[in-house]
Design a protein around this ligand. Structure first.
Ligand SMILES: [Zn+2]
Length: 301
């Protein structure tokens, strides 16, 4: 009871004592506030520490990538497809086709490796002999051969696949290169051919025009345009009547030769090597020339 009465001012206690008691009460309560405030202040310091690592990556954009000039694409102009015979359209030549492609048996030299064009009479003409032969595509002369068996006077013109009209190009690019066949034991007297003999990064279409009337005036490396005159229809080589033998193959780019022959007593190793590489090795893969004629005919309509 005395303790309760001690804090009552009406109980007759002195004002000094009352001030002291109240002062102590203020001290205690303010002390409590200080203690209670401490945990609140501590987390306030943390962000200053955690902020430091964030600054480092912001320095890095020193990755100043030099602005390189845009690569300028080299324009490749695609060739048109022209008729192989002077004065005849692509449709006309298909109407005088006398012999189609007949694929050879693997490793053999049979079949018929191209298309033959000939006629007895056509639009008032009584022979095809002497008719002008034109290049079917833009290209480069890959080789020419004199009057040797079996092609007679002939020329081969190379056109890189990227120069072909888009539809034809994609058709021929789908032809996968084959491994080179081992011909060392071939009954065809073929010299051994190594795949390294024909290594090339690019692929080209090669068109061969055979049994021509006379020696071709062009030389390997010469550029030829679509529709440009390259010779005349003849009856040279393994041919019984005047006709144009038109042959097409896809193979490694840059192949050049000046000799090609076979089945002759006097054929040289180089002539037989080129003949076997061209026809039997698998390096140059046969294509039906009709797809080239058709590609040109559909574009001109
Ligand atoms: Zn033929």
């Amino acid at each position: 009871m005395r303790q309760i009465a001690a804090i009552h001012p009406k109980a007759g206690y002195s004002p000094i004592l009352l001030v002291l008691v109240m002062g102590l009460a203020v001290l205690f309560t303010s002390g409590c506030q200080q203690v209670a405030a401490e945990p609140v202040e501590a987390p306030a310091i943390k962000p200053a520490i955690t902020a430091a690592p964030v600054e480092l990556p912001t320095e890095e954009p020193a990755l100043v990538v030099p602005t390189l000039p845009e690569p300028t694409a080299i324009p490749v102009l695609s060739s048109a497809v022209c008729s192989p015979l002077e004065g005849l359209t692509l449709s006309d030549v298909t109407s005088i086709k006398t012999n189609s492609l007949k694929l050879p048996s693997p490793g053999k030299d049979d079949g018929h490796h191209g298309i033959d064009y000939s006629f007895w009479t056509f639009r008032g003409m009584d022979t095809i002999e002497g008719m002008g032969i034109n290049s079917v595509l833009d290209g480069i002369v890959a080789g020419k051969v004199g009057n040797r068996f079996p092609y007679g006077y002939m020329v081969i013109i190379e056109t890189p696949l990227e120069m072909l009209p888009p539809g034809l190009r994609s058709q021929l690019e789908s032809i996968q290169p084959q491994p080179v066949q081992d011909m060392s034991n071939s009954p065809l007297s073929c010299p051994a051919i190594s795949s390294t003999d024909f290594s090339s990064s690019g692929r080209s279409l090669y068109l061969l025009y055979a049994h021509m009337l006379e020696e071709v005036k062009l030389n390997p490396g010469d550029q030829v345009a679509c529709g440009e005159a390259i010779g005349q229809v003849g009856n040279s080589g393994d041919s019984s009547n005047a006709h144009l033998h038109f042959e097409a193959r896809v193979g490694p780019s840059g192949f050049r030769f000046t000799e090609m022959a076979h089945y002759l007593n006097d054929s040289s190793d180089t002539e037989r090597l080129n003949y076997c590489a061209w026809r039997i090795s698998g390096v140059f893969q046969l294509v039906d020339p009709q797809i080239i004629i058709d590609a040109g005919a559909s574009n001109s309509q």
